[in-house]
Ligand binder design. Structure first.
Ligand code: C2O
Ligand code: CU
Length: 461
């Protein structure tokens, strides 16, 4: 009897291993990434599962992982009832693969397919998400982690992706609130959720050993929420922002601010002593610190006595030549309680009220939404500085596709990023080398703002 059980178990283990083997790939048949409706247990177990839009039935979508310099090929199969497309956020990509419906490709209709095939020049933490009606599709679950490993990976015991999000769920049914057009969200801070979680789950926990060194890849996938985070029982360094390595790791000794779409890579040691807890805390809406990610601790290993080494630099991280940079300026205006600017919409100048009745609440450089002509036409290799004047009473997370930029503070260039948090009333300046040819979006990653005016584009040729 025992023998039978044993052999049966071996048999099962055997088939399990087989199922996990990569499917034999015939020439030119890329791995599918199927967008389809699925359910996920987002809310605590006492609530029903939530219907989501998913990639491959998973929420968040499956981790897509490659080594720096490799190619990634995925065939988007659209089994959703709506058109969609995928953007590979933060990757300095071939423009044709950028996934922006209406700019770099047509949205992929239901039952159709589109093959994404691109090189990944940079190591780091990126993510992919829908870029067709993103305001709704990302909130419904169309996103996942995109991780590019360094050729020489850093010395850590564990590498964990933590995708932070909030969901607006009906408190009885746990279903996603389908009112994506709610003007109050669009004209104010954006669509905030009433349930906050990590990796598609409320109350997400990880296990770790005391003394272990962890690489934590935090990704803010929320529609509009800015996360303020701090560590407890974990001690370490910020080693990368928005995928790009810092020249020198920075000790984490204050609050980590993560705006929508931003990422931070931490390398931390589990320093919680016996009887102490380790967690990532967030500053919640009621101004209390709450657990964002809890750690179940076991055992003990010796804490490393060396600081984390910097990650190897990515290519093309040279600073911008500010002296010869083309100077551009962009004023952000609009929103509730703002100065009600005039704006151009579909090529027509109009007053703010008229804009609002056309569904627009915001302008970038006096324009609401996409126009035929780009905000700037740059030549390949041009050095640019862009002054951003936030003339609204809301924060905005400004994201440039296709290239990273550096924030300029007192003439000094900060770390490379792809998304900048611009605070109300603040003027900031970013600089970049326009070295990637194509049509690139520049938009607010508060996705309700992007949908109602805060989206423009630049052309690099
Ligand atoms: Cu993360 Cu235009 O997107
Ligand atoms: Cu915004």
């Amino acid at each position: 009897m025992t023998d039978f059980l044993l052999s049966r178990r071996h048999f099962l283990a055997g088939t399990g291993a087989l199922a996990m083997m990569p499917r034999v790939s015939f020439a030119a048949s890329p791995e599918a990434l199927t967008a389809r409706v699925a359910t996920a247990q987002i809310a605590p177990d006492s609530y029903p599962a939530t219907e989501v839009y998913s990639y491959g039935g998973q929420f968040p979508g499956p981790m897509i992982r490659a080594k720096q310099g490799e190619r990634i090929t995925r065939e988007l199969v659209n089994d959703l009832p709506v058109p969609t497309s995928i953007h590979w956020h933060g990757i300095r990509i071939d423009n044709a693969m950028d996934g922006v419906a209406g700019l770099t490709q047509e949205a992929v209709p239901p039952n159709a397919r589109f093959t994404y095939d691109f090189a990944v020049p940079d190591a780091g933490t990126y993510w992919y998400h829908a870029h067709t009606n993103s305001m709704e599709q990302v909130a419904r679950g169309l996103y996942g982690p995109l991780i590019i490993d360094e050729i020489d990976v850093p010395d850590v015991d564990r590498d964990e992706v933590l995708m932070l999000d909030d969901w607006r769920l009906n408190p009885e049914t746990a279903q996603i609130d389908p009112d994506f057009d709610f003007p109050m969200d669009r004209s104010h801070a954006g669509r905030y959720g009433n349930l906050i979680g990590t990796n598609g789950r409320y109350g997400y926990r990880l296990s770790a050993r005391r003394g272990e060194r962890l690489r934590l890849r935090l990704i803010n996938a929320a529609n509009a929420r800015i996360f303020g985070l701090k560590l407890q029982g974990l001690t370490g360094w910020t080693v990368a922002l928005d995928g790009m390595p810092l020249a020198t790791p920075e000790p984490v000794d204050s609050e980590i601010v993560l705006a929508p779409a931003q990422r931070v890579d931490l390398i931390v040691d589990v320093t919680a002593a016996e009887g102490e807890e380790a967690m990532i805390l967030r500053f919640d809406d009621d101004e209390q610190w709450r657990v964002q990610v809890g750690f179940d601790l076991s055992g003990i290993t010796a804490i490393r006595d060396t600081a984390s080494a910097p990650l190897p630099p990515n290519p093309g991280m040279e600073p911008v030549d500010l002296a010869r940079a083309t100077q551009l300026e962009m004023r952000m205006e609009g929103g509730a309680m703002g100065n009600m600017p005039m704006g151009r919409m579909n090529g027509q100048m109009m007053g703010f009220r008229e804009m609002v009745s056309g569904g627009m609440y915001w302008t970038l450089a006096g324009v609401a939404g996409m126009e035929e002509a780009p905000f700037a036409s740059l030549s390949k290799g041009e050095h640019v500085r862009l002054k951003l004047i936030n003339d609204t009473i809301f924060p905005h997370a400004m994201h440039l596709h296709g290239q990273h930029f550096r924030e300029i503070t007192d003439g000094k260039q900060g770390p490379m990023r792809d998304t900048l948090l611009s605070l109300p009333g603040e003027t900031t300046e970013i600089a970049f080398v326009a070295d990637n040819p194509g049509k690139w979006l520049f938009h607010c990653h508060m996705l309700g703002h992007a949908a109602t005016g805060m989206t423009t584009w630049i052309n690099v040729s």
